[in-house]
Design a protein. Structure first.
Length: 116
């Protein structure tokens, strides 16, 4: 079983920054991709950013140029640096790990609130 533990959410003013972290732990798993989804009240969960085992990345159009995803392979950790935050970024952010086709795991979620 794989567990994901997130940290780094909070309340920030528009234009501010936050960094989310997610640590994966467990036995005998490989990482195909790690990433972050978010879900705002009344909206569907959406993929914000993903980093693949080969180093390739994906970003949601609305966060390109503001968010940066990175990883520390030795620590099985993925980070999401969020700059120039906007009220529209307010959501619960979920860490996601894909270990293979049809195999994925989720963190418990961390609240990000952007408000003046």
């Amino acid at each position: 079983q794989v567990q994901l533990v997130e940290s780094g959410g909070g309340l920030v003013r528009p234009g501010g920054s936050l960094r989310l972290s997610c640590v994966a732990s467990g036995r005998d798993f490989s990482i195909y991709a790690m990433g972050w989804y978010r879900q705002a009240p009344g909206k569907q969960r959406e993929l914000v950013a993903r980093i693949f085992s080969g180093g390739g990345t994906y970003y949601l159009d609305s966060v390109k140029g503001r968010f940066t995803i990175s990883r520390d392979n030795a620590k099985n950790t993925v980070y999401l640096q969020m700059d120039s935050l906007e009220p529209e970024d307010t959501a619960v952010y979920y860490c996601n790990l894909v270990t293979g086709p049809g195999y994925e795991y989720w963190g418990q979620g961390t609240q990000v609130s952007v408000s003046s």
